[in-house]
Design a protein around this ligand. Sequence first.
Ligand SMILES: NC(=O)c1ccc[n+]([C@@H]2O[C@H](COP(=O)([O-])OP(=O)(O)OC[C@H]3O[C@@H](n4cnc5c(N)ncnc54)[C@H](OP(=O)(O)O)[C@@H]3O)[C@@H](O)[C@H]2O)c1
Length: 272
Amino acid sequence: MSKTRIAFIGAGNMAASLIGGLRAQGVDAAQIRASDPGAETRARVHAEHGIQLFEHNAEAIEGADVVVIAVKPQAMKAVCEALKPSLKPEQLVVSIAAGITCASMHNWLGAQPLVRCMPNTPALLRQGVSGLYATAQVSPAQRSAAEQLLSAVGIALWVDSEAQLDAVTAVSGSGPAYFFLLIEAMTAAGEKLGLSRDTASRLTLQTALGAAHMAVSSDVDAGELRRRVTSPNGTTEAAITSFQAGGFEALVEQALGAAAHRSAEMAEQLGK
Ligand SMILES: NC(=O)c1ccc[n+]([C@@H]2O[C@H](COP(=O)([O-])OP(=O)(O)OC[C@H]3O[C@@H](n4cnc5c(N)ncnc54)[C@H](OP(=O)(O)O)[C@@H]3O)[C@@H](O)[C@H]2O)c1
């Protein structure tokens, strides 16, 4: 990233978070430009990150090595078609729009080197994880630039087929909401067992955080960690047996399958 020039099309939440991550990694403000139709957004992002902002997208991409398109999926077609005449063949386009396929992007942009990413919401706190897919036109140096870009807001992992991005969407893209659901359910159950809402909530949240830290830092997998804390005939075993009797694993598989299916379905609709 030492000399890479990056342009962001759209300076909303995800773009601002990536810009903040890049700046925190020492990328110079002069290497980053962005465009956004909102005068207030432009003023805010300039004040926070010191980068230059433009009203018109074509101005922002002048001289950029990497063009990150960070607008809502519904705006992608119009934005890409309008950018096409200004793009240079060597400019890497990175799309973070959920559900927009490389085939759609190529239809709208031409045969531009393209990396399609699926980040998730914790990227806003630089705690995200993204799946990345590169088309054949992307050079090793461009792959590396895209990986470093997404690493500014968390972990970046490559997948080797675009279809796997539907699975990434099902696991990590929608994943934060599954943990929120579990947090909600555990908090409500704690209240039913006689705790105050505040105590049940704080116990649940710190347990989620502690368990995630343990799982991330451990050299054994989550299954082994669970077995280690599940004594025969103990309280944890009583809860796990109850979860499994209710078909917990099958339910999770079914839920993620539904998310992946919906991701593929939405890509088809958004690509029209
Ligand atoms: N937020 C997440 O956690 C998350 C996670 C995964 C993927 N993503 C993807 O990231 C992308 C951006 O999401 P976001 O949450 O950052 O959305 P956002 O906050 O709404 O940002 C989009 C920005 O693009 C601007 N914009 C609209 N039309 C434009 C145009 N023609 N040219 C340039 N800029 C334009 C918008 O301005 P106006 O508001 O004035 O329209 C807005 O400031 C989406 O495609 C989304 O699928 C986001």
